[in-house]
Design a protein around this ligand. Structure first.
Ligand code: SAM
Length: 251
């Protein structure tokens, strides 16, 4: 069975023998792959929309894994009972949506030991939720596939998570101090091993900020534009300085 590198990387982060729920499963590719590869014991494929739900049902039947994968319709974590799964994957959605799915279903996280999250954007919103809820990020990767850049964040429930998060998110000195706000955006583990894809993403974000800055300067509303322009320029300056330092410590 062929799946994307992105989904395979997520599957590789599932603990062997896990029971997991894939929320927003679309065609159910990840659960089908994980069961067929013998990685997971069982899975729930959750979908809120009828079309993808039907596609998942068909996929599960055609691969003959209906005794291992339950396809359920529902919003976010509503498709699982507390204690039913030990791992949850949520991928291919915006970070704000992933964070709100987790927040809305927080009572269903009892017994869940690992979250594997792949936001398409706003990764900072996911990391902020994890930090506030005392989940510890144990692995982060950034990869490019078909011209798109993805981050996969793995977080574990650990007894000492709060203390370990204090260390993970403490101001870092890499030539300059990197404040928590930037660690949430950039990834507290990704900055330890910034690869080419990391620099591609953040150099592009820097260019975007500079374009926004130029367009605000041209804006007609002078008073608003001056303060907004200053904010954007400061953000761009901070990012540029961080990227310069990271270039020096690049492995
Ligand atoms: N997870 C797959 C992947 O990474 O390739 C599919 C990603 S697809 C872009 C997002 C899926 O999430 C869609 O099928 C959509 O119907 C579903 N979805 C969006 N919001 C949801 C929610 N609140 N609960 C469950 N599924 C949701």
């Amino acid at each position: 069975m062929k799946i994307s590198t992105r989904l395979r990387e997520i599957a590789e982060r599932l603990p062997t023998g896990c029971k997991f729920a894939d929320i927003g499963s679309d065609h159910g590719l990840l659960p089908i792959y994980a069961i067929k590869q013998g990685i997971a014991l069982s899975a729930v494929a959750g979908e809120v929309n009828e079309g993808p739900l039907e596609a998942a049902r068909r996929g599960v039947l055609s691969h003959g894994v209906q005794d291992k994968i339950a396809v359920r319709k529902g919003d976010g974590l509503a498709v699982i009972e507390a204690g039913e799964v030990d791992t949850i994957t949520i991928s291919g959605m915006g970070g704000a949506l992933i964070a709100s799915i987790l927040a809305d279903g927080v009572t269903k996280l009892a017994g869940v030991k690992r979250l594997i999250l792949q936001p398409n954007m706003a990764e900072g919103a996911v990391r902020r939720w994890l930090l506030e809820q005392n989940w510890l990020i144990t692995d982060e990767i950034i990869l490019e596939e078909d011209g798109k850049i993805y981050e996969i964040i793995t977080a574990d429930r650990q007894e000492e998570a709060k203390q370990q998060n204090d260390v993970l998110y403490a101001k870092r000195s890499l030539g300059i101090e990197i404040p928590q706000e930037w660690l949430l955006e950039l990834g507290p583990l990704l900055i330890n091993k910034p690869n080419e894809v990391f620099f591609k993403k953040w150099n592009s974000e820097l260019s975007k900020l500079l374009r926004i800055y130029e367009s605000i300067l041209k804006s007609a509303e002078k008073e608003i534009s001056d303060s907004k322009a200053a904010q954007v320029k400061q953000k761009a300056n901070e990012l540029e300085a961080i990227l310069q330092c990271l270039q020096k410590v690049k492995p």
